[in-house]
Design a protein around this ligand. Structure first.
Ligand SMILES: C[S@@+](CC[C@H](N)C(=O)[O-])C[C@H]1O[C@@H](n2cnc3c(N)ncnc32)[C@H](O)[C@@H]1O
Length: 274
């Protein structure tokens, strides 16, 4: 894909720019990570091995992996040099144990090879060919290793109360536009199939939930804030009036003391043959 084409993932695309996206990734990680980590441990994540965070972005999850697995060697790989610069600063405190590497998940550089456990979190939804991405990554892992993919699905993103049915229609349109930019916001339901088709064995699937009654509604603010959809106004997918309605609903929701929200991550994993 040439740089001029619209991309499924563009960390600069909101008015809040890269800083806004870094905050959003951090808020997202903070919310979902405890339940996702528990699911990853059940899928075979353990301490003392080599773990690859493939498509590590800002390092929000890599830092949490390093904390949860004090005896593991951690590799963090991404293709975006700016996000990697941030990840390097963020992960420097771990010294040699955590290495940050530039490259693609389809064809990782030699230093990113041989992992016993690899994680693709919120990465496959942005791939034009997710099976090819998983196959490429799995081919570089240790035989018998585990490859896990965590992603979302617009059809089962979670729930919110009070419920605004008109917002669902607006979101559905924005998610469809991601499809046109080479991504898939409905990938969660296909994760096990993708792992199987890429040659991984015994694929498993768990849903990991984050609920505002446990975490507080405020912690979900960065995820519910429609600012992520601003580029969809610029490209004509949403009108300014629709965006305004989304924003008003978001403000009403955040001010409602009875509001509740739950989000769902899909956690799939499979074993590398050998
Ligand atoms: C939504 S971010 C998720 C970052 C991180 N995994 C997390 O959960 O916070 C997606 C990341 O995948 C990276 N990415 C997308 N396609 C990639 C590819 N083919 N190879 C390497 N990195 C890729 C992007 O640069 C971005 O950092």
């Amino acid at each position: 894909m040439s740089p001029a084409e619209p991309r499924s993932y563009d960390p600069h695309a909101t008015v809040a720019g890269l800083d806004g996206e870094l905050l959003r990734l951090e808020a997202q990680a903070q919310l979902s990570w405890p339940a996702e980590l528990a699911a990853l441990r059940r899928a075979g994540l353990r301490d003392g091995v080599t773990v690859l965070d493939a498509g590590c972005g800002s390092g929000a999850i890599t830092a949490r992996l390093a904390q949860a697995l004090p005896g593991a060697r951690i590799l963090a790989l991404d293709s975006d040099p700016e996000l990697l610069a941030h990840a390097r600063r963020r992960l420097a405190e771990h010294g040699e144990r955590v290495r940050v590497l530039e490259g693609t998940v389809q064809d990782p550089p030699p230093a990113a090879r041989g992992a016993d456990f690899a994680l693709l979190r919120l990465v496959l939804q942005h791939q034009a060919d997710p099976v090819d991405a998983v196959r490429g990554l799995a081919a570089t892992m240790a035989a018998g290793g585990v490859l896990a993919a965590i992603d979302v699905d617009g059809g089962l993103w979670g729930l919110a109360e009070p419920f605004f049915p008109e917002l669902m229609a607006i979101h559905a349109r924005a998610w469809q536009s991601q499809q046109q930019r080479g991504g898939d916001r409905f990938i969660g339901r296909r994760l096990t199939r993708i792992l199987s088709r890429a040659g991984l064995l015994e694929p498993t699937l768990e849903l990991a939930a984050a609920h505002s009654d446990q975490l507080g509604t405020e912690r979900f603010a960065a995820l519910l804030d429609p600012q992520e959809l601003q580029p969809r106004v610029a490209d004509g997918t949403l009108t300014l009036a629709e965006y305004g309605r989304l924003h008003a609903a978001y403000r009403r929701f955040m001010q409602d003391p009875e509001a509740l929200v739950m989000t769902v991550s899909f956690v799939a994993a499979g074993r590398v043959p050998g």
